[in-house]
Ligand binder design. Structure first.
Ligand SMILES: [Zn+2]
Length: 341
């Protein structure tokens, strides 16, 4: 059945407004996927995407966050999808075959995932971010907060699978379909400033350089704000504020404004295997104002740093979110054109 484009858009809007408000997921991720769908519409790449995924990129873009609904009731218990899912948008994947696919991915990419599991043992969660200090000028492997299983390496692992090769360890990505679902999500996270740039602070709330030579890794860990998850803007986690995309912004971008702006962006230079790193460096630079506009107070006894900012911060935040979502949609389409011509 052909669905009128306006009806399809309305369905997308309903989907967006029904969300509980979280993340460059689902609003942000769906918008990134939707912009890429519009840029690729009618191309051979769009055909390959649909035949691999069985859906469009807009739907696929939340899959990697839905997979976070796979966990264990306690250490040693079996990994299973908990049935509720992180977002209402995960409804689409709440059927036996899709749940089995999410469970299989997590089993291959985690040691354990119960409530006290670190992101190191529930490893697939660490594929969504890197934590680079705003004191650095570019992303580079080996910097504090980077790892061989951070978002840059995760994007590169998906690229390898879509090129017909195996994913390098520690990634275990079994199929092109899985790689494409993950890529549709990770490209969004790679453009969420606080999934790339992370403040490091001392107990007094002063900047701390985590890349000084000879530092004890424990001191670095203590100074990490974990992508702003340990920074409080009044009672809200700073990370969550940057994850959350205003519904009206997502609707406008999906209604065509996003794809029009994305078409004006320059192509990424250089060989494809360097794109993820250069996009991370771009997000690091673009994302610095998200932290430099804040003043930090001393760390509280429960390990958080309260922050304050001027009155223009939330307007500047939505402007930067808009720009980053447009870049993410453009680059997802650019990457898929190169991988699935
Ligand atoms: Zn994510």
């Amino acid at each position: 059945m052909r669905v009128h484009p306006i009806l399809r858009l309305l369905a997308a809007c309903t989907l967006l407004f029904s969300a509980s408000a979280q993340a460059f997921g689902p609003h942000g991720h769906q918008t990134v996927g939707g912009i890429a769908d519009q840029l690729l519409a009618g191309s051979p790449t769009a055909k390959s995407v649909r035949s691999l995924l069985g859906s469009n990129l807009q739907l696929a873009a939340v899959w990697a966050d839905c997979a976070k609904g796979v966990g264990q009731v306690k250490a040693g218990a079996p990994l299973a999808y908990d049935g509720s899912g992180p977002y209402p948008e995960c409804d689409y994947y709440e059927n036996p075959a899709s749940q089995a696919a999410m469970e299989a991915f997590v089993k291959r990419n985690a040691k354990s995932c119960y409530s006290n599991s670190s992101d190191e043992s529930c490893r697939h969660k660490s594929y969504h971010y890197t934590d680079i200090s705003p004191l650095r000028e570019a992303y580079a492997p080996g910097l504090a907060g980077s790892s061989d299983h951070d978002i840059v390496h995760a994007v590169n692992a998906c690229i390898r699978v879509l090129q017909g090769q195996d994913a390098p360890a520690p990634f275990n990505i079994r199929s092109k379909k899985e790689a494409l679902r993950l890529l549709a999500h990770y490209l969004g996270d790679l453009h969420q400033p606080l999934h790339v740039v992370s403040a490091y602070l001392d107990p007094a709330g002063q900047p701390f350089d985590p890349d000084q030579p000879g530092l004890d890794p424990k001191r670095v860990a203590k100074a990490s704000t974990k992508g702003g998850n340990l920074i409080l803007d009044r009672s809200s986690k700073l990370h969550g504020l940057w994850d959350s995309i205003p519904g009206p912004l997502a609707v406008k971008l999906l209604a065509g404004e996003g794809a029009s702006a994305a078409r004006l962006l320059p192509a990424t230079p250089g060989p494809l295997d360097g794109w993820a790193q250069s996009w991370a460096s771009d997000t690091l630079q673009a994302g610095k104002p998200a932290l430099s506009a804040l003043s930090f107070k001393a760390q509280t006894p429960d390990g958080r740093w309260p922050a304050s900012h001027g009155p223009s911060y939330s307007r500047e935040r939505s402007e930067l979110q808009r720009a980053q979502i447009i870049k993410a949609g453009a680059r997802l389409a650019e990457l898929l054109r190169a991988l699935l011509p």
